[in-house]
Design a protein around this ligand. Structure first.
Ligand SMILES: Nc1nc2c(c(=O)[nH]1)N[C@H]1C(S)=C(S)[C@@H](COP(=O)(O)O)O[C@H]1N2
Ligand SMILES: [Mo]
Length: 420
């Protein structure tokens, strides 16, 4: 590949490509007249009226997009109530994840919560304990923010080597939505936090009663008690009717089906922050409270699910994100990290949000080792797998954000590999 480009596809797609396709497919033959001066033929769907406006009061994707779905991995699915599925990153454009395609992680299944019966309690070290209904919460001043949300186990199956067969499974524990709700600081002000309080406990109303301790500094900074996702009320699987959004921090603290917030002096040492969601280091000690999702990126086109089908122009596309702030640069390598080119970032580039990058390129047919490397506004550079292993060893599960490699083969197929 190189980036020199003179006309995107040459003549191949303009004339020869379509003629070849048309020869194989009668519907394309009908739709692709016109190049010889005759008018385009009229396809079936233009000859009759379609269904009317009330046919689908709530819209759904085209029937031809039925393969764009969340998927799970059988060996990670012991029970569907305590499991995970993955966002189909290979099929998405831009930075917003459609609500129905957001990966899901549940520890006790999805509760069916009646919003009128749901309550949020704030108690512990406060001047005035408070209990809110959903309609109370919606009356408060609101904010809308676009943030990624990533499970720290994203990529965690590949500490010891490449193993997942596609980008959906290697990186699909991330989604990015517009969240609307009340700033947690607004609610805490209402309750009056005691000066000695330093931590906050968040608890969910699901069967797992997921519970995590969060430092008060973060709670007062940019945390949102959210009731809407991408413009409508949060989907049941994402926490309906109320969830905590803790921008840039590991998914586990972003408690869904939120029902209780307690103020205290120190962390509560719950199961999710002792036996789980800790990082086992090479010396046998475990790091605790590693909240931030460090800068990460991946190329989504091409990828194993989207092989290259033709030589010539190819736009390399991907996503980058950082829990510390904005992405400031993404570099792309075509030779396994020896040489780097700077990709274009699509604006707006937002704080703790997916950022789309693109690099125009040309594929000449030979094998290519594709990598992307994200750099955030704090200067943090996404590490190589070797650099990460030097610090972390290979006994961790969480927080594996190393540079990822796709090998584009001679025939355009793409494999997940690790380059050392
Ligand atoms: N109440 C509750 N909150 C929860 C969970 C849960 O099982 N119960 N799972 C957590 C984990 S581990 C992650 S990664 C995120 C996943 O959010 P999502 O389902 O919107 O993708 O929710 C977190 N919040
Ligand atoms: Mo998670």
């Amino acid at each position: 590949m190189n980036t020199g480009r003179r006309g995107f596809f040459g003549r191949s797609l303009a004339a020869g490509g379509i003629a070849a396709l048309a020869a194989q497919h009668p519907k394309i033959a009908a739709a692709s007249g016109g190049l010889d001066g005759k008018p385009l033929e009229v396809p079936d769907w233009t000859k009759m009226l379609g269904p009317g406006v009330t046919a689908a009061p709530y819209g759904a994707p085209s029937e031809f997009e039925k393969d764009v779905v969340r998927r799970n991995v059988p060996w990670l699915t012991v029970s569907e109530q305590a499991s995970i599925n993955f966002t189909p990153l290979q099929d998405l454009d831009g930075i917003i994840t459609p609500s129905g395609l957001c990966f899901e992680r549940h520890h006790g299944g999805v509760p069916a919560i009646e919003p009128d019966l749901h309550r949020l309690v704030i108690h512990g070290m406060v001047r005035q304990p408070l209990i809110f209904t959903m309609s109370d919460l919606v009356r408060f001043p609101s904010v809308s923010r676009i943030h990624f949300l990533e499970c720290p186990a994203n990529g965690g199956m590949e500490w010891k080597g490449a193993q997942m067969a596609g980008v959906q499974f290697s990186h699909g524990m991330v989604h990015c939505c517009e969240w609307t709700g009340v700033r947690l600081s607004t609610l805490l002000e209402e309750a009056g936090v005691a000066p000695a309080a330093k931590w906050l406990l968040a608890e969910g109303a699901d069967a797992a009663a997921m519970t995590r301790s969060i430092p008060l500094d973060k709670a007062l900074d940019d945390v949102i008690v959210a009731y809407s996702q991408n413009g409508e009320r949060i989907r049941p699987e994402q926490g309906y009717p109320l969830r905590l959004i803790v921008p840039g921090w590991e998914g586990n603290v972003q408690v869904k089906w939120l029902r209780r917030l307690k103020l205290g002096e120190r962390p509560w040492q719950h199961r999710e922050e002792t036996s789980k969601y800790t990082d086992l280091m090479p010396d046998g000690k475990a790091r605790q409270f590693t909240f931030v999702q460090e800068a990460n990126s991946v190329i989504t086109a091409p990828c194993p699910e989207k092989p290259l089908k033709a030589k010539g122009f190819c736009e390399i596309r991907g996503i980058a994100w950082s829990g510390r702030g904005k992405i400031s640069r993404v570099d792309v390598s075509l030779d396994g990290g020896a040489n780097w080119q700077t990709a274009e970032l699509q604006t707006p580039v937002l704080d703790k949000c997916l950022t789309r990058f693109r690099l125009p390129s040309r594929w000449q047919g030979g094998p290519v080792f594709l990598q992307s490397r994200a750099i955030d506004e704090t200067g943090y550079v996404q590490p190589t797998i070797e650099q990460l292993r030097q610090v972390r060893g290979v006994n961790s599960v969480y927080h594996k954000n190393s540079i990822h490699t796709w090998r584009v083969n001679q025939d355009g197929s793409v494999d997940n590999v690790q380059v050392l």
